[in-house]
Design a protein around this ligand. Structure first.
Ligand code: DGP
Ligand code: NA
Ligand code: NA
Length: 211
C-alpha cells in the first residue's frame, strides 16, 4: 500500500555534523528504492531567504524580533509545497526547522513561548534527530565560518536551550554525535528504520506543531 513520505528533521549546534548526515541519509533512502529529497532552513534561495543570508553575514541589521519572524516566514512560505511532496510519497530530510528557530532566539534572552509562537501550526516532523556531542568534541572539528551566531559563548547558550526544549518533545531522539560519521549514521539509521515501519502501520495523517 502506498504511504505518505516521512518528514525527518535534523537539529543541533553549528558544526555538529548535521549537513553531512542529511546528505548521507538522502542517498541511503534513494539507494534503497525510496523517493527522498533534502531541504534546509533557512532556505537562502528565496526572497525572504536572501534577507536572512544578509543578516547572518552581518550585512543587514535587523532587530531580534524582526529576524525571528523572518526565519519563521521562511518556513511558512513553503508549507503547501512540503505537504504535497509528503502526500505524493516522497520522504523529506530537512537540515534544521522550527526547533532551531525557537532555540537561537531564546538563547538571546527571549521567552521560549514567545519564540515558539510564530511556528505554531507548521507541519510536525515525524522524527527529529538531535545530534548531540560534548563541547570538546565539537571544538576539535573544523572552525566556524564568520556568521553572526558562530561564537563559542553564544553556542553554549544555544546548547542549553536545545537540551531544554527538545527533551520535552514527543518526536525527538537524542543522537550521540561524538563518533565517526559511520558510527553516527548507524545510530540514525536504526531510528529511521523504525520510523518507516511505524508510518506504514499507523494513521498517516499529517500533524501540526505546538497546537
Ligand atoms: P545553517 O545554514 O544551518 O548554518 O544555519 C545558519 C545559522 O542560522 C545557524 O547559526 C543557525 C541559525 N538559524 C537557523 N534557523 C534559525 C531560526 O529560525 N532563527 C534563528 N534566529 N536562527 C536560526
Ligand atoms: Na552554520
Ligand atoms: Na531556519
Amino acid at each position: 500500500m502506498s504511504r505518505r513520505g516521512l518528514f525527518i528533521v535534523f537539529e543541533g549546534l553549528d558544526r555538529c555534523g548535521k549537513t553531512s548526515q542529511c546528505e548521507q541519509l538522502v542517498n541511503f533512502l534513494k539507494q534503497s528504492g525510496q523517493k527522498a529529497i533534502m531541504k534546509r532552513y533557512p532556505d537562502r534561495t528565496t526572497t525572504i531567504g536572501q534577507t536572512i543570508n544578509n543578516y547572518l553575514q552581518g550585512k543587514q541589521n535587523l532587530s531580534d524580533q524582526a529576524i525571528h519572524l523572518i526565519f519563521s516566514a521562511n518556513r511558512w512560505e513553503q508549507q503547501e509545497e512540503l505537504k504535497k511532496i509528503l502526500e505524493e510519497g516522497t520522504n523529506i530530510v530537512c537540515d534544521r526547522y522550527c526547533y532551531s528557530g525557537a532555540v537561537y532566539t531564546s538563547a538571546k534572552g527571549y521567552d521560549m513561548e514567545w519564540c515558539k509562537n510564530p511556528d505554531k501550526g507548521l507541519i510536525k516532523p515525524d522524527i527529529v534527530l538531535y545530534l548531540h556531542a560534548p563541547k570538546e568534541v565539537i571544538s576539535k572539528r573544523s572552525g566556524f565560518g564568520g556568521e553572526v551566531y558562530e561564537k563559542e559563548e553564544f553556542q553554549q547558550k544555544v546548547r542549553e536551550a536545545f537540551d531544554k526544549l527538545l527533551q520535552n518533545e514527543d518526536n525527538v531522539v537524542f543522537i550521540d554525535a561524538s563518533g565517526t560519521k559511520e558510527e553516527v549514521f548507524e545510530l540514525i539509521n536504526q531510528h529511521i528504520k523504525k520510523a518507516l515501519e511505524d508510518i506504514t502501520s499507523k494513521d498517516q495523517k499529517i500533524s501540526h506543531l505546538w497546537v
